[in-house]
Design a protein around this ligand. Sequence first.
Ligand code: MN
Length: 197
Amino acid sequence: MSLAKYKEKRNFNVTPEPKAKKIKSAQKLEFVVQRHKASRLHYDFRLEMEGVLKSWAVPKGPSMNPGDKRLAMMVEDHPYDYRTFKGIIPEGNYGAGIVEIWDHGFYAPINEHSEIIDEKTILKDLKKGSIKFVLLGRKLKGEFALVKMKTTEDNAWLLIKHRDEYAVDTDYSCETLTPLSSPINKALKKELKNKKK
Ligand code: MN
């Protein structure tokens, strides 16, 4: 696990984002979903593994509907401290814009029989391009899979909800589950107002 790319892309004298530092969490593994208004609004899905956060940019965000396959572009590892990061990345910096936390909690890596596995095993699965895990978030719950696409670019994966007691069959949109008072929504409203002028 390396944070070299993360470091390379950022100037820590300017951005308030966490410095590149590996930390092992105390016990349970954590996950976070950040909503990020950069050049495009998207979601960032991050799973703690071996002291860093394995990260995917998910344009539409995750879904609790097993019928949705959400495109997830794997990006550089982020430091463990990033899981609590929210705020403004100043203009001119990588990912400039606003970051807010959309969901967070613990997660457990599992195998195809839904049995809990250890970090070493999920890392092996990750290298093979297919991981399964259980999320214990406020919004996201139950079993999910992240599967690398074979036909396209190297970093394209699909984030898929598995059918379980938490799965829904109705339309699922992350945007409708975001409070209107969120910093990004306030900024979007302001932009819209300015456009109308
Ligand atoms: Mn992002």
